[in-house]
Write a protein that binds this ligand. Structure first.
Ligand code: NAD
Length: 376
């Protein structure tokens, strides 16, 4: 029976766990022997007794869980100790950040691991259930508004009271992908007046269907800004200048700005300049979801709330980790579906011709094999 290991996440601030007790049951039903490091799910409200009740075997340490495992499931990259304990040919799957964390990819390759990065799963219909970027971005979008509400010294909904009226907060969401759309929905539920922008024309209808107003430079470049994969292209300097002028007019009237703009494989585009921040009213709040990819807001710093002339710029890393129980449950479902591609009739049988496995494969047989990661 193939052995599947789950260990505690040890990267700073990581509260999620790769497999929940519920997912344990599904993995066992696939024919796997599931080994869990004691305490692995504690920060995500998944306790050892629940893993045991689901049929997992509990062990005391990460190396104990990893040694002998055919598959190791992680949220983030494994530790050196875990890599050291892996048997050659073991499969490692996680949100491994392969383009930035080359060191771990190389260590895993040297250990002879077969490595799959969940970020590289293609966004085709069959792989939707495995789309960890979306499952986590959705929760990040939700949480970004909660973070903003926490720091904002006013209420979001309009309130008419005997003592006077509280105005509804004006929320502007920049980047209306998975995270941005959930931020819009959350801000609307809290009673804010919401506007949003994006460079992809498809975003307009989605924004409007959530009851928010779309604000964007809708020129010829905008009409062609979406790649075949559904992502944004980097925009020209001329477009960026027009966008900055539009943002400049709009942002000074906003109370809360949530930025989520990303371009795959590149640093996040800078959408909010220091002048934009300076034009905002005291007490306004910006939450930069792209802070770990270089940031959309000039001055944002990871893990900090930067004060600039009475305006707060919030740079919370790992927002899904602040909704750890739900983020883990959804991610564990993504992983369980992915593991389904590695197992056939209870035996380990990855089909390396499957387009999903091909796209997600980073390393195999001692070498980095992904086309975009191979040493030149
Ligand atoms: P993302 O995280 O790469 O980027 C977030 C958003 O930022 C995107 O909407 C992007 O257009 C926007 N952006 C980039 N540069 C910008 C700029 N200069 N100004 C303003 N906005 C900018 O994207 P994502 O959230 O992962 O999703 C992108 C698209 O893919 C969405 O349409 C989403 O619905 C779609 N999607 C499809 C599938 C599927 O078919 N399986 C799965 C997930 C997402």
């Amino acid at each position: 029976m193939p052995v599947l290991a789950v260990t505690k996440e040890r990267r700073a601030g990581e509260t999620r766990v790769a497999v929940t007790p519920d997912a344990t049951r599904k993995l066992i039903a696939l024919g796997l022997d599931v080994v869990v490091e004691a305490g692995a799910g504690l920060a995500a409200a998944a306790i050892d007794a629940d893993y045991e009740a689901a049929g997992a075997r509990l062990v005391r340490s990460a190396p104990e869980a990893v040694a002998g495992a055919d598959i190791l499931l992680k949220v983030r990259g494994p530790t050196e100790e875990e890599i050291g304990a892996l048997k050659a040919g073991a499969i490692v799957v996680g949100l491994l950040n392969p383009f930035q964390d080359r060191e771990t990819m190389e260590a895993l390759a040297r250990a002879g691991a077969t490595v799959f990065a969940m970020e590289l799963v293609p966004r085709i219909t069959r792989a939707q259930v495995m789309d960890a970027l979306s499952s986590q971005a959705n929760l990040a979008g939700y949480r970004s508004v909660i973070e903003a509400a926490e720091v904002y010294g006013r209420a979001l909904p309009m309130m008419m009271t005997a003592a006077g009226t509280v105005a509804a907060a004006k929320v502007f969401v920049m980047g209306a992908g998975v995270a941005g759309l959930q931020a819009i929905a959350t801000a609307r539920r809290l009673g804010a007046v919401v506007t949003a922008t994006d460079v992809r024309p498809a975003a307009k209808e989605q924004v409007e269907s959530l009851g928010a107003k779309f604000v964007a430079v809708e020129d010829e470049e905008f009409k062609a800004a979406e790649t075949a994969a559904g992502y944004a292209k980097p925009m020209s300097e001329a477009y960026q200048a027009k966008q900055a002028a539009l943002v400049g007019e709009h942002i000074k009237k906003q109370d809360i700005v949530v930025t989520t703009a990303l371009i795959p494989g590149r640093l996040a585009p800078k959408l909010v300049s220091a002048e934009h921040v300076a034009s905002m009213k005291a007490g306004s709040v910006l939450v930069d979801l792209a802070v770990e990819q270089g940031g959309n807001v000039v001055g944002a710093r990871t893990g900090e709330i930067v004060e600039a002339g009475g305006v707060k710029i919030v740079g919370v890393p790992n927002l899904p980790g602040r909704v750890a129980a739900d983020a883990s449950a959804l991610y564990a479902r993504n992983l369980t579906a992915f593991v389904g591609l590695l197992i056939k009739d209870g035996a380990l049988a990855p089909d390396f011709d499957d387009e999903i496995l091909q796209a997600a494969l980073v390393a195999k047989d001692g070498a980095i094999v992904h086309a975009l990661l191979k040493p030149v």
